[in-house]
Ligand binder design. Structure first.
Ligand code: AMP
Length: 377
């Protein structure tokens, strides 16, 4: 056990790191953030921040030497240096888990090897997209194998005329071509697992996207008890099979017959779990800290229905003009709503600046109020 009072190192300085830092400090830990791009949202909340590249071994060694455990809030970290650090300090979830989840070729191959349901796919280099498409059929989606998030590095192909454009866009990149899934809902489940093998999965969240970016999460998801149990069971099975210590977020598609396909894995807190900050006994961030430090896991049930809505940089821009401060009183004056902002200075379009939650007696009411607040912000 890494006892409160010890130091947790967090690789990555974004909002997930910031909320990990808040939770860790709430339990009495010290937090050291490592972020290549300079003063960061997580660094502002931490006891200490290092600004250095992920390939800067001396800086990484000094960082590892200053903490008792290292975790990360961001997946695009080279695993070579992490494996080296893991020889001197626990790195959790392990670099091998990160290696599997950070690349779509490896992630999909792992799902396939374990018999875990996922969308049909083919690996492709840019020049082979045509062959992969003829194997899978249209429509389909091309995704870069590395460094994709929030729909970046993705393109949907609906006709053969899109092929040439895709081959040019993805030139020189490793990709996966995936069958287009006619899903009825997108779900995610966040599962915590400790080194001793204890697991706890939060209720499934139903996720609504706008422009490929998460817009809203709804808990409980509007699914049958059988699908809820299957989704949680799948997340636990994957966390166990991967040997995750920490959190694992599992994104899934629900099909019309209630079956589930896994879309993506993330070994860290996840945007679709932000509702846990306000509507759960243990937030996902505290749970992550508990799991990587070997503390007992906390309760995961939702106290009541809750809706989380992301606030993007677009909220600062009206009729193409800005930045203009959003109307925060629309959230702050509502007793059932809670506002969380990440302290990011530049409100760019599509950038996650904060989120708010609305709790209610039922999902329909919470969703209606959340949408009304969103439009007034
Ligand atoms: P991803 O980056 O893989 O999470 O994809 C971002 C979003 O694109 C997903 O949340 C879905 O809304 C959509 N998407 C991705 N892959 C597929 C697919 N194979 N079929 C249908 N929609 C998809």
């Amino acid at each position: 056990m890494i006892a409160p009072g010890k130091a947790i190192g967090v690789l990555g300085g974004g909002q997930l790191g910031r909320m990990i830092a808040h939770a860790a400090q709430g339990l009495g830990y010290r937090v050291h953030v490592y972020e290549p791009s300079g003063p960061s949202p997580a660094g502002a909340a931490a006891d200490l921040e290092t600004t250095a590249g992920y390939d800067d071994l001396p800086a990484l060694r000094a960082f590892a030497g200053s903490v008792d455990v290292v975790t990360y809030e961001f997946e695009n970290i080279p695993t070579g240096p992490l494996e080296e650090l893991a020889g001197t300090v626990p790195v959790l979830p392990s670099p091998s888990v990160l290696r599997t989840c950070q690349n779509r070729w490896r992630e999909k191959a792992w799902l396939r090897s374990r018999g875990i349901p996922h969308a049909l796919y083919a690996e492709a280099l840019a020049g082979d997209i045509g062959a992969a498409v003829s194997e899978l059929g249209l429509p389909c989606v091309v995704k870069t194998a590395d460094f994709g998030y929030d729909g970046k590095g993705q393109m949907r192909l609906s006709g053969t005329e899109d092929l040439e454009r895709a081959s040019a866009i993805f030139r020189g990149r490793r990709c996966v071509v995936e069958q287009w899934v006619p899903f009825v809902r997108e779900l995610s489940v966040i599962c915590a697992r400790t080194a001793s093998g204890e697991t706890r999965a939060y209720p499934a969240s139903e996720n609504l996207h706008a422009n490929h970016i998460l817009d809203a999460s709804i808990v409980p998801a509007r699914i049958s008890p059988a699908v809820e149990a299957a989704a949680r069971g799948l997340a636990v099975r994957i966390a166990e099979a991967l040997g995750v210590v920490g959190l694992l977020a599992v994104e899934m598609f629900e099909l019309a017959d209630g079956s589930l396909l896994v879309n993506e894995l993330a070994p860290r807190p996840h945007n679709s779990g932000h509702w846990t900050l306000d509507a759960c006994g243990t937030s996902q961030f505290e749970q992550h800290v508990r799991a990587v430090c070997g503390l007992p896991l906390g309760p995961v049930s939702a106290r009541n229905p809750v809706v989380m809505v992301n606030i993007l940089g677009d909220a600062w821009w009206r009729d193409g003009r800005g930045p203009v401060e959003p109307n925060w009183s629309a959230v702050l004056s509502e007793p059932r709503a809670r506002l969380h902002l990440y302290g990011k200075p530049e409100p760019r379009a599509g950038r996650k600046m904060g989120h708010f939650t609305v709790q209610g007696d039922d999902v329909a009411g919470a969703l209606e109020l959340a949408r009304a607040i969103q439009s007034r912000i």
